[in-house]
Ligand binder design. Structure first.
Ligand code: GDP
Ligand code: MG
Length: 324
């Protein structure tokens, strides 16, 4: 099936002039680095603001925003071109259903991405979430199992609802730091990243406020509480990720099939059985033989002998047989 011809990125003109200037600068830089296509994959739990963030980046309503998580299972890709540059942005449904990963949704996303190259993963969550739980870890694991852990080298964490007022007694920066650290810990653990492997593995984080009530600066740009216009900042962080020296993630059949943690250990099964045989079975046999040689009897056997008043029940049975 041929890819549809991408539409002109008219949404770019919806941004305030100051934002447009910065975005054109970034596109110019990408062109200098011979980057003519940028494919962004957006993932995360349901209701965290993935679709809203897609719309904010494109500057058009291309993804369905829903307050009630009725997203369906299919990912959607929006493509826009501007002066020889193509932006592809893939919105995905939340992966959790009834407290568990919806494997069907994961499979549909994998099949959708087959043959595509992901330049950046936007891992979206809310800034105003006060605790992490196993659902977060499940989503992170599902992403890692689907696309390999190298996808995290191409990841940018996006925290929505950035215009929050932290609970009393905590200032904004402290809240942001605590929230980011908790999230990074979960990502490191869910993705199986250890210190030795990734050195000081740092994931970049960008703040986003999709609300129509987001504060603006004198140029009309939507700003974070510290005054940073967040749309150009988000795009800048995306360009930093793609030039961090890591490879984009090409989704082919091999990547999708493995490394499946269930299959990886299968080849060790004969070895485990052999070790088990030698250590356990042989060990028990040796102990039994040693006991027989020493004439040692088990507790139950001794009790039985006391009961029937014989020294050896087997001997007694044997002698009776001989008599017969
Ligand atoms: P998705 O399920 O992850 O795609 O989330 P949606 O983009 O559909 O957003 C879920 C709800 O959160 C919608 O009601 C959005 O209007 C709202 N929302 C998304 N992002 C933000 C944000 O940054 N700030 C605020 N205040 N609301 C947001
Ligand atoms: Mg959505």
């Amino acid at each position: 099936m041929a890819a549809p011809i991408p539409r002109e990125w008219t949404g770019l003109q919806q941004f305030p002039a100051a934002t447009q200037t910065k975005l054109h600068e970034l596109l110019g830089k990408l062109k200098e680095e011979n980057v003519s296509t940028l494919t962004i994959l957006v993932m995360g739990k349901g209701g965290v603001g993935k679709s809203s963030t897609v719309n904010s980046i494109v500057g058009e309503r291309v993804a369905t925003v829903s307050a009630f998580q009725s997203e369906g299972l299919r990912p959607t890709m929006c493509s826009r071109t501007r002066a020889g540059f193509t932006l592809n942005i893939i919105d995905t449904p939340g992966l959790i259903e009834g407290g568990y990963i919806n494997e069907q949704a994961v499979e549909i996303i994998k099949r959708f991405l087959l043959g595509k190259t992901v330049d950046v993963l936007l891992y979206v969550d809310r800034l105003d979430a006060y605790r992490m739980d196993t659902l977060d870890e499940q989503v992170i694991r599902a992403i890692t199992n689907s696309f390999g852990k190298d996808i995290w080298r191409r990841a940018l964490v996006v925290l929505t609802h950035a215009q929050l007022s932290p609970p009393d007694g905590i200032d904004y920066n402290e809240f942001f730091t605590r929230r980011s650290e908790a999230l990074l810990r979960y990502i490191r653990s869910g993705a199986g990243i250890n210190k030795r492997e990734y050195g000081d593995f740092q994931l970049p984080i960008a703040l986003v406020e999709n609300s129509g009530r987001c504060k603006t600066n004198e140029h009309g740009e939507k700003i974070l509480p510290d005054g940073t216009p967040w749309v150009p900042n988000l795009m800048k962080e995306i360009t930093v990720v793609i030039s961090n020296g890591s490879e984009p993630i090409h989704v082919d059949q091999k990547l999708i099939d493995g490394p499946n943690p269930n299959n990886r250990w299968k080849m060790f099964i004969p070895l485990i059985l052999a070790v088990e045989y030698f250590l356990v079975v042989k060990g028990i046999r040796r102990a039994i033989h040693a006991d027989i040689a020493n004439g040692k009897v088990d507790d139950w056997e001794q009790r039985y002998r006391d009961l029937v008043g014989s020294r050896d029940p087997v001997e007694q049975k044997g002698s009776r047989n001989r008599k017969a």
